[in-house]
Design a binder for this molecule. Structure first.
Ligand SMILES: [Zn+2]
Length: 64
């Protein structure tokens, strides 16, 4: 699971390991809803799908 950053209404940033579809968590300090901050890093990972596909098909043809 990836690490995401969450920001609550008070501006507290919390890093937490959560599922990809988790949009918000409870802030450990003020217990309000903290929303997920989308980082540039996350977008890069999503765009890498085509590469992963090509790699796996190459690997497959090499299998004995
Ligand atoms: Zn908070």
């Amino acid at each position: 699971m990836p690490v995401y950053e969450f920001e609550c209404p008070n501006g507290t940033i919390t890093e937490k390991l959560v599922r990809m579809n988790t949009k918000e968590i409870a802030c450990p300090k003020c217990h309000q809803k903290a929303k997920k901050i989308i980082s540039a890093c996350t977008f890069e990972l999503k765009g890498g799908g085509w590469y992963a596909d090509g790699y796996s098909s190459k690997k497959h043809s090499k299998t004995k």
